[in-house]
Write a protein that binds this ligand. Sequence first.
Ligand code: AG3
Length: 286
Amino acid sequence: MSRQWIETLYDAFGQSFNVDKVYFESKTEHQHLMIFHNAKFGRMMVLDGIVQTTEKDEFIYHEMLTHVPILAHGNVKRVLIIGGGDGGILREVCQHASIEHVTQVEIDQAVIDMAKEYLPNHSNGAFDDPRANIVIDDGINFINQTNEKFDVIISDSTDPIGPGEVLFTSPFYEGCKRCLNEGGILATQNGVAFMQIDEVTTTAKRLAQVFEDVTFYGASVPTYVGGIMTFAWASDNAANRKVDMDTLTKRYNASGIKTRYYNPAIHQACFALPQYIVDELNSFDK
Ligand code: AG3
C-alpha cells in the first residue's frame, strides 16, 4: 500500500492523498516544502501541511486569479504578483501580449527553484520572460518600499498562517492601494469560504476601509476542498466588475489567451455569491 498524506488545514475534516513518489521534502528558510506524485492530481506541492497546487487542477485557480482582473480592467500594462512562487500566475499573466511589465515578489527562493525543477509546466518558461522582474522579498516589505505603480495586483499567497499572514492585514491592503494606478484592481486568494468563513468577513472589513468597491468571486478547485475558493476583489472603480458580456468577449478574443476554465460567461457568473456568503457580508457595518 502506498503512503497516505493527510492535509492538516482543518481540525475536524481533511483530505488525504496516496503518495506514489516523493520528489522533494525539506524545511526551507521559511516553511516546510514537499513535492510528491499522486495518481489523480499528478505532481503536488505542499507547504506547511497544506496543498498549494497540483499539476491537474492548477489551471482553474491560476486562470481565475489572473484573467478575471486583467480582462475586467481592459487596459492592463503593469502587473504585480505577490507570492505565486510556483509560477502559475506568472505564466497566465505573460500570456497577455499587451502587458508590458510584471513584477513578482516571492518570499521563498526555494519554492521557485523547486517548482522550476519539479513543476516546470506551471511557469512554462515565464520566469525567463523579458517582461518579468522576480524579486525575493516579503510582499509587505516590497509594497511598503516601492514607488512603482501597477494596474493589477494579484496576491497568490498561502493561507493566513505563517509567512502568508501579513498579506491579509490592513497595512498590506493599504500598501496595495498606494501602488495601484487609478482604477486598478487588487485580487487575492481568500480561502475556501465554507471552511474559512471568518477569513471572508475579516478581509471584507479590512478592504472596505481602504477601497470603494469590495467583493469576492469564486471558483471550485478540487484540491482546495470544502466548497468554492473565494478570491477577494478590491478597486475604487465599481465598473470593473460589471463589464458586459460583449465587451468581455471582445477583450478575451483580442487577448489571444488560451484557457481551459476561464471564459467570458464564467467571468460574469463568478461574481454571483451563494447566500451564506452574502449574509455574512451583510452582517457587519461597512
Ligand atoms: N495558494 C493558495 C492555496 C490555498 C490553499 N488553502 C486552502 N485550501 N484553504 C496557492 C498557490 C498556487 N500558486
